[in-house]
Design a protein around this ligand. Structure first.
Ligand SMILES: *Cc1c(COP(=O)(O)O)cnc(C)c1O
Length: 220
């Protein structure tokens, strides 16, 4: 049993402002590790692979909220549509249409965040700022009824340059503040183990923390 998981989690939680939601990113970690976090009250877990998430869903208590944080293939939406609590990685229109279609099949509205590219490094996934505005606007005019866009998600460049991290988070905060009332956004998901203090300064209200809770992951 890894006792430090509970300790890490409780310490992190006690340092967080009340309005900030903690997503415990449990990708690659065994169910026994997740249960250490569950047993001290954690109910929101983030995974980046559909198969791993459904595997853990089957083995773990039913009151867990599962967040999909990783790139989502269109043909895999069907496996999570019945239970996923929040998809952070809505990054293209085609995916939005498929989530909507699967939501309709399961008669549930699926909460999503749009993933926005803020890093200077060549990021593979995410809408640009301009595309994000256009998408939100199109959704307002012509809604996909089984999707609810609850907010935005972004990742800063993996760098030691603190100013750059701060600037990237600031650009997402600007977008969020500018459009939150127009489009009814309430979630600003930014910040991971290495950079969440910066994200909190920039108004993040949802952080996704893995290694600072569960320990480092094996490279894969
Ligand atoms: C893995 C991952 C995290 C957590 O990363 P840590 O550095 O371990 O905290 C957060 N967000 C996304 C999208 C991830 O893929």
């Amino acid at each position: 049993m890894n006792k430090s998981i509970a300790k890490n989690l409780l310490k992190l939680k006690s340092d967080l402002p009340n309005n900030v939601t903690l997503v415990a990113v449990s990708k690659t970690k065994p169910v026994s590790d997740l249960m250490q976090a569950y047993n001290v009250g954690q109910r929101i877990f983030g995974e980046n692979k559909v198969q791993e998430m459904t595997h853990k869903l089957a083995l773990m208590p039913k009151d867990i909220q599962w967040h999909m944080i990783g790139h989502l293939q269109t043909n895999k939406v069907k496996y999570i549509a019945s239970f996923v609590s929040l998809i952070h990685s809505l990054d293209r229109i085609k995916l939005a249409r498929e989530i909507n279609r699967q939501g309709e099949r399961h008669r549930r509205i699926i909460d999503c965040l749009i993933q926005i590219k803020i890093a200077k490094e060549e990021e593979k996934y995410g809408f640009s700022i301009e595309e994000s505005f256009k998408f939100l606007n199109d959704m307002k005019i012509n809604p996909l009824p089984y999707i609810r866009i609850r907010g935005v998600m972004g990742m800063a460049t993996f760098t030691q340059d603190q100013q750059q991290i701060n600037d990237e988070f600031a650009s997402l905060e600007d977008f969020y503040l500018k459009y939150k009332d127009v489009f009814g956004l309430e979630v600003l998901s930014m910040g991971m183990s290495g950079d969440y203090p910066h994200a909190l300064v920039r108004g993040s209200n949802m952080i996704r923390v893995g290694s600072a809770i569960f320990g480092s992951r094996a490279a894969h």
